[in-house]
Design a protein around this ligand. Structure first.
Ligand code: ASP
Length: 358
């Protein structure tokens, strides 16, 4: 572990895990074109050095570089590594909180993954895990990374009025549950959080906080982290005008274990998919329906009856539904190995039924 040499890792500290992203990005001509840059260029130690003078007195930091990637290239083995590092830190009495610097493109996936695997543990240990990132590279004029990182460090380290342990995210002065992240704007500084139920980081919103507590009460057991190379293979297919049966048919016999169907409207899909999806179900390929609209919920048996082997994803977006289905398939496999007759639907329902924060 790389660490500030002045800090002894056994003393109480905040652990900062670096994953890369734009927050660690560098533009070659930052004044002329700050949006043309390489993500994941600067180490997490350097990001912390940039803000050293503003770090609240008495907050000791230890950093660890898990990866330094553009998060559009995030893969499942890296999620396994990150999840295990978070679990270990939550169990470490010297670690008081955890901040993760991460690319914004796939923060949505990482946020739900950490909630499902570490959310209960974070609540029990009364520690906050905070994801943060940036929309501008580190050397751009007005870069947003330093203030986001500072806000995240404050959230992770301060006893905030009644705010419990859990998996959160901070961007552009606002905090949300990490499972509510959704990047729904290409460039805005608040892109990952603008459509998420959130609170100002400086003045906590009490109705948001009661939603956070409801999620904490409902999420009673973390799911196992799949080992590297053990993640179930799940693909996302989007229905659209002119959709073809081959889009589904090509997966038959491929070894794919699940399909997330990003349907139109309330989660229906093109009739061209009906027959190949029936064949997929007969091969045991799990199916989950979401909506491509970007908002609202996909409900069971709406607009048509769901056959067995297909479930509606509630408010989960397609990228989140994919992570949820992977975790549910893995949890069911582990349960079956332990002699418990549980199905992926049992686990997926727990995830899709989590309270919605408004
Ligand atoms: N493509 C970058 C990444 O996800 C975008 C960002 O961090 O904002 O790493």
């Amino acid at each position: 572990m790389s660490s500030n040499p002045l800090i002894i890792e056994k003393t109480p500290h905040i652990l900062v895990l670096g994953m890369g992203g734009t927050i660690a990005g560098l533009a070659s001509k930052p004044e002329e074109n700050p949006l043309q840059y390489q993500a994941g260029q600067v180490g997490v130690d350097t990001l912390l050095n940039h803000i050293q003078s503003a770090i609240p007195q008495g907050v000791a930091l230890v950093s660890k570089q898990i990866a330094n990637i553009n998060s559009r290239n995030l893969d499942e083995s890296l999620l396994t590594t990150l999840g295990l590092a978070v679990q270990e830190a939550l169990n470490d009495q010297a670690v008081k909180g955890i901040v993760i610097t991460h690319g914004t493109d796939t923060m949505e996936e990482t946020g739900l993954f950490l909630q499902l695997t570490c959310g209960k543990q974070a609540l029990t240990q009364k520690k906050r895990v905070i994801l943060t990132g940036a929309m501008l590279p580190s050397n751009a004029p007005g870069a947003d990374g330093p203030s986001n990182l500072l806000d995240a460090l404050r959230w992770a380290s301060t006893a905030i009025d009644n705010c419990p342990g859990g998996i959160f995210a901070v961007m552009d002065g606002r905090g949300c549950m990490a499972m509510d992240l959704a990047k729904r704007h290409a460039t805005a500084l608040n892109a990952p959080i603008q459509n998420s139920p959130s609170s100002s980081v400086s003045l906590i919103n009490l109705s948001w906080l009661s939603g956070v507590k409801a999620v904490g009460a409902a999420w009673t057991e973390d799911l196992p982290i799949p080992g590297e190379g053990e993640w179930p293979w799940v693909e996302i297919l989007t229905s659209h005008a002119g959709a073809r049966p081959q889009t589904v048919g090509q997966w038959l016999g491929s070894g794919v274990q699940g399909l997330v169907l990003a349907g139109s409207g309330s989660g229906g899909f093109h009739d061209a998919w009906i027959t190949p999806l029936e064949k997929a179900a007969s091969q045991g390929i799990a199916q989950v329906r979401t909506t491509r609209t970007g908002a609202g919920a996909t409900l069971a048996n709406i607009p048509e009856l769901d056959p067995s082997g297909r479930m509606a994803a509630g408010t989960l977006s397609a990228p989140r539904a994919r992570i949820a289905l992977q975790m549910a398939l893995n949890a069911a496999k582990q349960a079956n190995l332990a002699g418990k007759p549980l199905t992926w639907q049992d686990f997926f329902a727990r995830i899709a039924d989590l309270p919605e924060i408004r």
